[in-house]
Design a protein around this ligand. Structure first.
Ligand SMILES: *Cc1c(COP(=O)(O)O)cnc(C)c1O
Length: 357
């Protein structure tokens, strides 16, 4: 730390992204990226002609992209906000809607960025413990009195909440913002999109990073009432009006337009999830009930830390959280057929070597 850093940031603990190692070719099952490249239409959209336009600023409204999103979801353009990853939308939402009066409320075990933004912006966070089985108890959020941030499906558990429960939260918190983070909703969860026209306190946040194979392009989007979108724009135009670069606008619009590719990718991930679950269960693993592109698994005879380290030695990266209540688990991203076959093969090898069968 330099002696210049403001005191208010001295104690901040930044978010720690999953490893992105360069020293060795790993099978990367640790950051929930898509194993598939972007749609071929994305690749075609980033052509020489477009590259030659990089000397001028991008469209600050990112109209091409918001139009593609509006067409896909059947909503109006004024109900859409796009951000530099959904992380930016999260940050803008904490800035726009939370203060001393309306704090931020979210589960104790969830996406690691929520407490970091709360800290960074000096917003008091109420962290509500998950139930023993790591699911969310919706009763905790009824008439909550604070803004609510829920990842649905939750991370890193993968457990989804049914639509009626989200609706109960919206209904009993009419004067609070309810931020539903649907980063993983395309893999079998229930989206709250059908509630959008009925609840003006709903902000649905989603991303191109997981189901649309564009983590490297940094594109997230929010669907909400035009008034909430206006508020997000107020923050954006006071912070970074050109938050999406030219190439990402093109890439996102092309990805959104290629519905066949999107459907094919998510179907493959859901199929591979089933196969991986079956393979790990045969070895004695248990797991939470995931409707995301990852699974959260543990084994009586092998600690989460050991399993993570042994897989790493064998060239496979998964995510282990050194955190109370979940340190027995590892989170495994669902990759391609070949990657998941290798995970199962190497896991079986770990059990054989350790005499654990
Ligand atoms: C990956 C993830 C995000 C961040 O997505 P980006 O669009 O890449 O910033 C947000 N929320 C959850 C729960 C995630 O897992």
């Amino acid at each position: 730390m330099s002696r210049f850093l403001s005191k208010r940031f001295a104690a901040i603990e930044p978010y720690v992204p999953g490893e992105q190692p360069k020293e060795r070719q790993y099978i990367k099952l640790n950051t929930n990226e898509s194993p598939f490249p972007p749609s071929p239409q994305v690749v075609a959209a980033i052509n020489e002609q477009e590259l030659n336009k990089l000397h001028v600023y991008p469209d600050p409204q990112a109209s091409l992209l918001t139009e593609a999103i509006a067409a896909f979801y059947g909503v109006e353009k004024k109900q859409i906000f796009v951000g530099n990853g959904s992380d930016e939308i999260l940050a803008f939402s904490f800035m726009a809607f939370c203060d001393e009066e309306k704090r931020a409320c979210f589960p104790d075990i969830t996406y690691g960025f929520y407490p970091v933004y709360a800290d960074l912006l000096s917003i008091e966070a109420l962290q509500i413990p998950l139930k023993e089985d790591l699911s969310i108890d919706v009763a905790d959020y009824l008439n909550c009195g604070h803004n609510i941030f829920i990842a649905n499906p939750n991370a890193p558990t993968g457990i989804g909440l049914p639509l009626e429960q989200i609706e109960a939260i919206l209904k009993t918190n009419p004067d609070q913002l309810v931020f539903i983070d649907e980063a993983y909703a395309d893999f079998g969860g229930q989206s709250c999109l059908p509630l959008l026209s009925r609840y003006d306190n709903l902000l649905l946040c989603a991303t191109f990073s997981k189901s649309r194979s564009l983590a490297g392009a940094r594109i997230g989007f929010a669907l909400a009432s035009p008034q909430i979108i206006e508020d997000l724009n107020k923050i954006k135009f006071s912070f970074n009006p050109y938050n999406l670069n030219r190439l990402s606008i093109l890439a996102g619009a092309a990805a959104m337009a290629d519905e066949n590719y999107f459907q094919d990718c998510r179907r493959q991930i859901m199929g591979n999830r089933q196969k991986t679950i079956a393979g790990l269960q045969a070895l004695g693993f248990t797991m939470t009930d995931s409707c995301a592109n990852f699974i959260f698994v543990k084994h009586e005879k092998l600690s989460g830390q050991d399993y993570y380290l042994r897989l790493k030695q064998k060239g496979i990266l998964v995510r282990h959280f050194q955190k109370p209540r979940i340190s027995d688990y590892v989170r495994i991203t669902i990759g391609s057929d070949r990657e998941m076959a290798e995970l199962l093969r190497q896991t079986a090898a770990i059990f054989d070597e350790g005499g654990l069968r």
